[in-house]
Structures are given as structure tokens and as C-alpha cells.
Design a binder for this molecule. Structure first.
Ligand code: SAH
Length: 209
């Protein structure tokens, strides 16, 4: 369903769950999530749920996209790295809120799919790379925020080191359904950790797929 009413219901649900940043709610309301999923699933695009996007991966749940985006916006980021582009929905949301988005995906077909849809939507401040997100994107570092959309068992130190001073990493950590969304804010050489929601992401896998 792509009616404004379905989108309004989604936004109301995000508010009920505690999302308060109006900029984030506004971007999610306006972003055509139905274009990021297969046509056969587009009637479910404005449900607050993850949906399959092929290659065994999913488009993230809108609540989780909203929460992660809200948490990184608190440090007023200009340049953001995402690990795990998937279909490009989170990248598209970020593109409306920050100056530059860099996003890495390890599955080639998803990388190409995301490339196509972002071009169709005329989003030109997102740069995509096919490769392994464990390495980050050293040529473009440092980043004011790094958002990881797949769960490693441990925090990749390379990503922490690609944060600018004052920058923030948000990342689900753990395995299976035992994952904790955590953020790390850099102050000089120190990193301040905060725990957020319990979440379920696909695993962060090493290497390009
Ligand atoms: N950001 C997406 C969510 C995609 S699901 C959205 O907006 O809905 C997570 C993605 O992370 C999957 O596509 C998976 O292939 C990718 N991924 C897993 N490990 C990775 C790694 N090491 N490097 C880059 N991408 C990775």
C-alpha cells in the first residue's frame, strides 16, 4: 500500500515507539519505501517491519532506521559512512539529512540494485562501494558518523579509528537474536559507549560476497 494514510500510520507508530526527531519522521514520511522492495511486497512497504530484498538480506525495519538515524544526528554529522547498503533505503534517508553519505555493500547484486534506485530517485550525495565494510573507507575518512547495518560479534576497531573527533559510531553487536544496538562517541582517543535497543540484524560477514 502506498497511500498517504499508510505512511501516516507508520509515522504515528514511530512516534508511539519514542522517535521524536521531526526531521527524521519527515524524511521517512516522504521516502518512497515501496520502491526499495520487490513489487510483490510493495503493499507491505509501510509496515514497521523488515522485508526480504533477495540474497538472503533484508530492508531494515523503519523503527530501527529511525532510531539509528536519530542517534547519529545528535552529533550533527556532515559526512557519514554506512556499512551494509542493502537496497539503499537507509542511505536514501541519510542523504536528506547530511551532506555526504558513503555506503559499502559486500553483495554485488545488492550494490547494483541500490545504485540503480538511488539514481532513479536523483539522489546524488550518496557514493556506493562494492567491498568489505570491515575495512571502512580509508580514502574518505574521517567520518562524523558511521552507521553499521549488519551485526558483527565484536566492534571492528578500524571503524572506530575512522571516526572524527566528536564523531559517533552506531552498531548492532552480537549474534543471532542476541544483539544490542550500541553507540560509541569519540573524544580524542577515548570512546564513550551507550546502549540503545535490543535489535535483530543480519550478520556482518567478512570479505566481499
Ligand atoms: N541498510 C539496509 C539494510 C541492509 S541489511 C537498509 O537500508 O535496509 C545489511 C546489509 O549488510 C546486507 O545487504 C549485507 O550483505 C551487508 N553486509 C554484511 N556484512 C557486510 C560487510 N562486511 N561489508 C559490507 N556489507 C555487509
Amino acid at each position: 500500500m502506498t497511500s498517504p494514510r499508510a505512511r501516516e500510520r507508520l509515522i504515528q507508530r514511530l512516534r508511539d515507539q519514542g522517535i521524536t526527531d521531526e526531521r527524521v519522521l519527515d524524511v521517512i514520511f516522504n521516502m518512497p519505501r515501496h520502491l526499495f522492495v520487490d513489487e510483490a511486497l510493495s503493499h507491505r512497504a509501510y509496515e514497521d517491519t523488515a522485508l526480504p530484498i533477495g540474497s538472503g538480506q533484508t530492508i531494515s525495519q523503519p523503527y530501527v532506521v529511525a532510531r539509528m538515524t536519530e542517534v547519529i544526528l545528535q552529533v550533527d554529522p556532515k559526512r557519514v559512512l554506512e556499512v551494509g547498503t542493502g537496497c539503499g533505503y537507509q542511505s536514501a534517508v541519510l542523504s536528506q539529512l547530511v551532506d555526504e553519505v558513503y555506503s559499502i555493500e559486500r553483495i554485488d547484486v545488492l550494490y547494483r540494485k541500490a545504485f540503480r534506485i538511488l539514481r532513479e530517485l536523483k539522489i546524488d550525495n550518496v557514493k556506493l562501494r562494492y567491498g568489505d565494510g570491515y575495512a571502512g573507507w580509508p580514502e574518505k575518512a574521517p567520518f562524523d558518523a558511521i552507521l553499521v547495518a549488519a551485526a558483527p560479534e565484536d566492534i571492528p576497531p578500524t571503524l572506530l579509528h575512522q571516526l572524527s573527533d566528536g564523531g559517533r559510531l552506531i552498531i548492532p553487536v552480537g549474534s543471532g537474536s542476541d544483539q544490542q544496538l550500541q553507540s560509541f562517541t569519540r573524544r580524542g582517543d577515548e570512546f564513550y559507549q551507550e546502549d540503545h535497543d535490543r535489535v535483530v540484524f543480519v550478520p556482518m560477514l567478512p570479505g566481499a560476497g
